[in-house]
Design a protein around this ligand. Structure first.
Ligand SMILES: [Zn+2]
Length: 70
C-alpha cells in the first residue's frame, strides 16, 4: 500500500483526535483512506477531518498531504 506524507516534515504517521481528546495513530493511503496503524483499532468516533503530524507541528486535512516524501 502507498501512503501519503506530511507536507512539512515528510513522515507518514498522524494522529486523529476524538471528543475526549484521545488520539489514534493512523496512516493515509493514496486513495485518501485513513488506516489505523494498529489494525485492531478503528477510526470510528475520531474526527477524520483534522490530522496531527507526529513528526512536526503540522495540522491539516487529508487533501494537503503529499504523494512524495519531502
Ligand atoms: Zn510533519
Amino acid at each position: 500500500m502507498k501512503f501519503l506524507f506530511c507536507p512539512q516534515c515528510g513522515i507518514r504517521r498522524f494522529h486523529l483526535k476524538n471528543e475526549k481528546g484521545e488520539t489514534l495513530l493512523v496512516q493515509i493511503t493514496r486513495e485518501f483512506v485513513i488506516v489505523p496503524v494498529n489494525t485492531n483499532e478503528s477510526v470510528e468516533g475520531f474526527d477524520q477531518t483534522t490530522l496531527y503530524c507526529l513528526g512536526c507541528s503540522w495540522i491539516g486535512t487529508i487533501k494537503e498531504l503529499k504523494t512524495v516524501s519531502v
